[in-house]
Design a protein around this ligand. Structure first.
Ligand SMILES: NC(=O)C1=CN([C@@H]2O[C@H](COP(=O)(O)OP(=O)(O)OC[C@H]3O[C@@H](n4cnc5c(N)ncnc54)[C@H](OP(=O)(O)O)[C@@H]3O)[C@@H](O)[C@H]2O)C=CC1
Ligand SMILES: O=C([O-])CC(=O)C(=O)O
Length: 271
């Protein structure tokens, strides 16, 4: 495999720590302008065994010229907007972790068209949550309702709209600060509502998936809970995730879900 990686932040770095021992011949990583050298130095510390196989590039033209045969995006909505269609159009399967970017209906439609044109697949990993398999399985039966609660410590909501109206540092109780659809959540909280978007895309859609976001000073990690009803089954899921060392907004399980997609791609069994 020649693996392409877009982004080398918290998920990207932790992912590299898990790639040793996999049958990956070459890795090309697209980073922001001016970051290749520091990223290369960081890789020396994280995974020295991968240094000889890894090239950091700062220009998307260099990334596409390298022609990786499987790409994972671990960067953010802007990277999905900028690069995802091109990856798919060139016939390369793409794992997108910033799933909330697909709450933009026009981008969603563009990516599906690009995947079709390139005969490539857009792969949405489970990320920080679980149970997408049963949601996607039951979705064609219709009549699905889903209510999701995303709870994180106050510092995980820094820099988001709620921080403009609430003094998060002074919070002494769990605060439900957002109620709305998955589309509204994903558009307003791009680094914190990818799970909401994944549940919506797997299940009943962005408008019918109801989301509550909570800042809780007692939370020690990131919790994701949802209740699903469908004519075929009722499902309750509750996940207590440990946060990534590099980004309190991100659960470590997300890194492992990307690793899972790479391992499934390498075979011999996909699960
Ligand atoms: N599906 C899920 O369950 C989850 C999804 N996510 C998504 O994953 C994304 C990454 O998470 P995380 O690693 O914690 O975030 P970080 O902010 O730690 O890392 C993102 C990295 O990507 C870089 N980056 C951003 N845009 C580009 C670009 N256009 N080209 C190249 N590099 C770029 C950033 O650089 P710089 O710092 O210079 O901007 C940064 O180094 C989040 O933005 C979120 O959308 C996160 C958690 C769960
Ligand atoms: O990592 C998490 O716990 C979930 C997350 O940030 C998101 O849904 O965007």
């Amino acid at each position: 495999m020649h693996l392409g990686v877009i982004g080398f932040g918290s998920i990207g770095r932790e992912l590299f720590g898990l790639l040793g021992g996999l049958d990956i011949a070459r890795i090309t990583v697209l980073v922001r302008a001016g970051r290749a050298e520091t990223s290369s130095e960081a890789l020396q510390q994280i995974a020295p065994d991968l240094v000889a196989r890894t090239t950091f590039v700062e220009q998307d033209a260099d990334f596409f010229a390298a022609a990786p045969d499987f790409v994972v995006e671990v960067a953010g909505y802007n990277a999905v907007e900028a690069y995802a269609a091109k990856v798919l159009e060139t016939g390369t399967d793409l794992v997108v972790v910033s799933i909330g970017a697909l709450s933009d209906q026009s981008l969603h439609d563009t990516l599906l068209a690009a995947a079709k044109a390139g005969q490539a697949r857009l792969i949405l990993p489970s990320g920080a949550v679980g149970g997408l398999d049963i949601l996607a399985g039951l979705a064609p039966a219709g009549d699905m309702t889903l209510r999701y609660f995303g709870t994180k410590p106050p510092k995980a909501w820094a820099g988001t709209p709620v921080a403009e109206t609430v003094d998060l540092d002074a919070l002494d109780h769990a605060l439900e600060f957002f109620h709305g659809t998955a589309r509204e959540a994903a558009l307003a909280y791009p680094k914190n509502a990818n799970v909401a978007a994944a549940l919506a895309l797997a299940g009943g859609g962005f408008e019918t998936t109801q989301v509550t976001l909570v800042a809780d000073p007692e939370a020690t990690g990131n919790a994701h809970r949802y209740e699903l009803t469908s004519p075929l089954a009722s499902v309750s899921v509750e996940i207590a995730n440990k946060a990534s060392g590099g980004n309190v907004k991100t659960s470590l399980a997300t890194v492992y879900s990307v690793l899972r997609e790479i391992r499934n791609r390498l075979g011999p069994i996909a699960i």
